[in-house]
Design a protein around this ligand. Structure first.
Ligand SMILES: NC(=O)c1ccc[n+]([C@@H]2O[C@H](COP(=O)([O-])OP(=O)(O)OC[C@H]3O[C@@H](n4cnc5c(N)ncnc54)[C@H](O)[C@@H]3O)[C@@H](O)[C@H]2O)c1
Length: 284
């Protein structure tokens, strides 16, 4: 019943441009949508840079990189982006109100058999599906950052997701050469539920006087983690981590309360790499 050929990616930010890139590289026709022209330009620049790196490392030919880019078009209109889509992957900011408005519009604008996948890190998918006609076609498709590099994708069946819908998503995951991980639809699924507690505890260690460099070194050299928690928060965005913790606190209580320093840094705009400053400073 479901057949995925054309994909619309909503949001051209950190996650959206990576999702557009790997989908186009696998041969899908992709429309990438954002509400800001500047974000679309930046998103395409990020895709070109990432493909350029692969070409220079000999992992992809220039011809394949050019073909990949030629399969991606951009638009500022959600309705235009999704009108022919078989699969929408939503990667707009992690705000429940914005996501609900987006799903209401998708319900009206998409083909009735278009699958709706959310890249949310923490919001239960069943909430998003609740405003969609035919919620059997809504699921969680949680890519990890950086999208072109990480092999695993968390897949979440919501309360009403049909087996046919999940089978079509599994087929897509296979075609983009990724490994699916199935998770139950409670806030944070598996990855964010565990990771957010760990990251929050690292912020509390900074508050206790530990240096971010020492915390990262400890987790990398003593626990064999590939990246330390402070480096990881800078990569993901401290705002995203704080949002995640709030969602988890709502559903699971006090243990997910964001450390005061995390909220203070978010208020100061020190949200990590994308702002040029987080636990570390980055040259713009
Ligand atoms: N950053 C991460 O490491 C990470 C990892 C996994 C999942 N996620 C999830 O992916 C989603 C996107 O996160 P991100 O880090 O890419 O955010 P981002 O801030 O980098 O990008 C969001 C993009 O959405 C655009 N946007 C805002 N409102 C929009 C709208 N109404 N319609 C279309 N586009 C709109 C913004 O202009 C921006 O370009 C969130 O749900 C987040 O929780 C993020």
């Amino acid at each position: 019943m479901y057949s995925i050929k054309t994909i619309a990616v909503l949001g051209a930010g950190t996650m959206g441009n990576g999702i557009a890139q790997i989908s186009a590289a696998a041969g899908y026709t992709v429309v990438m949508q954002d509400i800001y022209e500047e974000s679309l330009v930046k998103g395409m620049a990020a895709i070109n840079k990432s493909l350029g790196k692969m070409v220079s490392k000999g992992k992809m030919t220039q011809e394949t990189a050019d073909d990949t880019v030629s399969r991606i078009s951009t638009t500022l209109s959600l309705e235009e982006a999704v009108k022919d889509a078989d699969f929408v992957i939503e990667a707009v900011p992690e705000e429940l109100k914005l996501k609900l408005e987006t799903y209401k519009r998708l319900s009206a604008a998409c083909k009735k058999d278009c699958i709706l996948g959310s890249n949310t890190s923490t919001l239960p998918i069943t909430i998003l599906a609740s405003v969609v006609e035919n919620p059997a076609r809504v699921a969680g498709v949680h890519f990890m950052n950086p999208v072109p590099v990480i092999k695993g994708i968390e897949l979440i069946s919501a309360r009403h997701t049909s087996d046919e819908c999940m089978d079509a998503i599994l087929e897509y995951v296979k075609r983009i050469d990724r490994e699916p991980v199935m998770a139950v639809d409670y806030a944070g699924f598996i990855v964010s539920r565990i990771l957010d507690v760990y990251q929050n505890e690292a912020v509390k260690c900074v508050m206790d006087g530990n240096k971010p460099e020492d915390i990262d070194k400890a987790m990398k050299l003593c626990c064999n983690f590939p990246i330390g928690p402070c480096e990881l928060m800078d990569l993901v965005g401290l705002d995203i981590v704080e949002h995640g913790l709030k969602t988890l606190e709502n559903d699971f209580g006090e243990k997910y309360k964001a450390a005061p320093l995390l909220s203070q840094m978010v208020r100061a705009g020190e949200v990590g790499r994308k702002a040029g400053k987080g636990f570390y400073s980055y040259e713009k």
